[in-house]
Design a protein around this ligand. Structure first.
Ligand code: ZN
Length: 126
């Protein structure tokens, strides 16, 4: 086991638990996940927001009253958008899946997370 890694933000050697075979990149990721500096905290918050946002997408797209799973090809595309939203490159995205179903991904500044909202409109033909 490697026992220290250099934090990519402040350069400090941090106690980490990574296998001997871990690359420099993996050791530095582990250090960032364990360092106490402000940038490492911010990095961890973002990593958490990405993970949660991607989980929300699965939850939101997997639920359907008819038990029908939608978007087996939509899920990875929507997940790809999450990091750009967390990093602030995109503020919000609406993906229209069917004429009735869409999902909206939006950065929630207050909660520091991505809000994933599924919208369904019932179109009734006269
Ligand atoms: Zn650091």
């Amino acid at each position: 086991m490697k026992e220290t890694g250099a934090c990519p933000f402040c350069g400090q050697e941090v106690m980490v638990q990574v296998p001997e075979t871990a690359s420099e990149e993996e050791a530095s990721y582990a250090a960032a996940m364990n360092c106490d500096c402000l940038n490492a905290h911010t990095f961890r918050r973002k990593e958490q927001a990405k993970k949660e946002g991607q989980e929300s997408i699965e939850d939101v797209l997997n639920q359907d009253e008819q038990g029908k799973r939608i978007g087996c090809r939509v899920i990875p595309v929507a997940k790809e958008l999450i990091p750009a939203i967390v990093e602030g490159d995109i503020r919000s995205v609406t993906v229209s899946i069917t004429p009735e179903i869409s999902i909206k991904l939006k950065w929630n500044e207050k909660a520091a997370k991505v809000d994933v909202e599924r919208k369904e409109t019932l179109t009734t033909k006269a």
